[in-house]
Design a protein around this ligand. Structure first.
Ligand SMILES: [Mg+2]
Length: 167
């Protein structure tokens, strides 16, 4: 089995990712995934801990959301968090990461993608020359079926890498 693109770090949740860690990756910009990274795919309620975390990272980094979901679905998060976004993206296609680079006005090596899917979020970021942090999906049981089908493969690689990448 060919190994997938490896994230730079693995985290239990976004709020476990410290400013210090992000700074150690030498990035100035952050790209955030939405579903199962910031909140469950089928929910509109963002955990207050996640809201606080976003507020903190916004003070130090340029932040943008990229999601394969619709504008309406992204706005449930982007509006309360006051974040710019790219909707209807098709991750891992690089064109959407290029769009984010342009909007952030940063080189790919100065950007870190944070997302819950190895084969979309992380793959696209690494192919684009960005840093990447994989976070445990908030509620994988609510994943779409094509995502579910990839979770087994994902779990295999995550457990293999765990020992040195876990925060
Ligand atoms: Mg996601």
């Amino acid at each position: 089995m060919k190994p997938p693109f490896k994230p730079d770090r693995i985290s239990e949740s976004v709020q476990n990712i410290s400013i210090k860690l992000l700074m150690s990756l030498e990035v100035e910009g952050i790209i955030l995934d939405v579903d199962n990274t910031l909140l469950p795919r089928t929910s509109n309620n963002i955990d207050p801990k996640v809201v606080d975390w976003v507020k903190e990272i916004k003070k130090r980094f340029k932040v943008i959301i990229i999601s394969n979901n619709s504008r309406k679905k992204i706005e449930r998060v982007a509006i309360p968090l006051e974040l710019p976004y790219i909707s209807w993206a098709v991750k891992p296609f690089r064109i959407y990461y290029r769009m984010a680079e342009k909007k952030l006005k940063l080189k790919p090596k100065s950007i870190c993608m944070i997302g819950d899917q190895l084969f979309t979020d992380i793959k696209g970021a690494k192919k684009s020359g960005m840093k990447a942090i994989w976070v445990k999906p908030i509620s994988p049981e609510k994943d779409l079926f094509w995502t579910k089908s990839k979770r087994k493969r994902e779990a295999y690689w995550i457990s293999k890498w765990n020992y040195n990448l876990f925060l």
